[in-house]
Design a protein around this ligand. Structure first.
Ligand code: HEC
Length: 113
């Protein structure tokens, strides 16, 4: 008897999930995007600390003090993806996709004092 109740519960669960699967597909991109949102801080620690330092103010290799940078979000996205000609600040667009570059640009803003 107990077994059949569990079976029914499982069956109901499967039916319930099946019933909502249509809605799920329509929102799946949004859900995935937020779940996989790149971690700006982690990316920064991986790619940027060598010159900018953990707090953004190291100025290694002639880097600009990011805590004093006054660039807008769009300008930062451009510098991070395209780089700056004639400096060691290289573009990261071949390495990082748009979402990651944006996450970095947003993280750099947090370093500002
Ligand atoms: C090899 C050293 C180096 C690395 C690595 C590096 N940068 Fe830079 N960055 C520089 C230098 C040098 C400048 C200054 C360029 C100039 O003189 O205009 C700069 C400038 C910038 C600027 C422009 C600031 C302003 O106000 O003009 C931003 C934003 C920036 N870097 C972000 C990043 C981010 C984010 C990363 C990691 C993805 C990174 N940088 C990695 C050297 C580096």
């Amino acid at each position: 008897m107990k077994k059949s109740i569990i079976f029914l519960a499982v069956a109901a669960f499967i039916v319930a999930c099946g019933g909502t699967s249509e809605d799920k597909t329509s929102t799946s991109t949004a859900v995935t995007a937020s779940a996989d949102a790149p971690d700006g801080q982690k990316l920064y620690k991986t790619y940027c600390v060598t010159c900018h330092g953990l707090n953004g103010d190291m100025q290694g290799n002639g880097a600009i003090d990011l805590t004093k940078s006054a660039l807008s979000l769009d300008e930062r996205i451009k510098v991070i993806s395209e780089g700056r000609t004639g400096t060691v600040m290289v573009g990261f667009k071949t390495l990082l996709d748009e979402a990651k570059v944006k996450a970095l640009a947003e993280y750099v803003e947090k370093l500002r004092k």
